[in-house]
Write a protein that binds this ligand. Structure first.
Ligand SMILES: Nc1ncnc2c1ncn2[C@@H]1O[C@H](COP(=O)(O)OP(=O)(O)OP(=O)(O)O)[C@@H](O)[C@H]1O
Ligand SMILES: [Mg+2]
Length: 221
């Protein structure tokens, strides 16, 4: 990926860990610092997965609002398809133009949820994503480390039976992200998300600025 001059930063973690909150704050802080944040068509904005393209939004609807839950491999392949569209139409052009792109979820969510938590296998899920990724991986992946129970609690309300099943899944997801942090130490950073929003935001910003500086120092950057 030496042909690109931009920087790709992804926010990851279990449900309710604070990804969307921190992604928006990070975009605002980096833009205030004068960096060219977000796609050229929508400067200053977070890119969300699945979505960010017409096909991606349609796939998001099938995944998140369909009447019948898709089977695990259907789910994994639909995420991979939405991602391929995003890579081609938004990420590669943006990175080629030197922009700093902040994503609310990306490949590691598929690896943690479908690969690890649903048991399809991290390598198998990475394998079906690879053609669509076109060699692209994040420069920095921030995993907001929060007890899954805290994350579910942030969603609001008292946990019912379905949310209790959710906790079981979320605990496997959190374990999956820990596996990914060990497997990809060059790009994945765990940040303690169980602190005040502003303290978490300061850690996230520091890690992002380091990634921007590192990208500026790489050959062709
Ligand atoms: N550090 C924090 N401390 C307390 N509450 C927080 C913190 N960060 C986020 N929240 C709150 O927790 C809720 C969930 O946060 P957010 O939507 O950012 O999480 P998320 O990881 O994007 O969730 P999802 O996985 O559902 O998309 C929101 O109401 C948000 O205001
Ligand atoms: Mg969110």
């Amino acid at each position: 990926m030496s042909a690109r001059s931009g920087v790709l930063i992804t926010l990851e973690g279990c449900d309710g860990c604070g990804k969307s909150t921190q992604a928006a704050l990070l975009c605002a802080r980096l833009a205030a610092g004068g960096l060219p944040v977000g796609p050229s068509s929508a400067p200053g904005t977070v890119i969300r997965e699945p979505g960010g393209t017409a096909a991606g939004e349609a796939i998001r609807d099938v995944l998140l609002h369909g009447l019948q839950a898709p089977a695990p491999w259907t789910e994994a392949l639909l995420y991979a398809a939405a991602r391929a569209e995003l890579v081609e139409r938004v990420l590669l052009p943006g990175l080629g133009a030197g922009r700093v792109l902040v994503l609310d979820r990306f490949i590691d969510s598929s690896l943690a949820y479908q690969g690890f938590a649903r048991g399809l296998g991290i390598d198998a899920v990475l394998g079906v994503n690879e053609p669509g990724l076109r060699g692209l991986l994040p420069d920095l992946t921030i995993v907001l480390d929060v007890d899954p129970l805290v994350g579910l609690g942030r969603a609001g309300g008292t946990p019912d039976r379905i949310e209790a099943e959710g906790l079981d899944l979320q605990q496997r997801v959190a374990a999956g992200f820990a596996v990914l942090a060990r497997r990809f130490p060059e790009r994945v950073r765990l940040i303690d998300g169980f602190r005040d929003i502003d303290l978490v935001a300061a850690s996230v910003e520091a890690a992002a600025l380091q990634a921007v500086a590192d990208a500026g120092a790489r050959p062709g950057g």
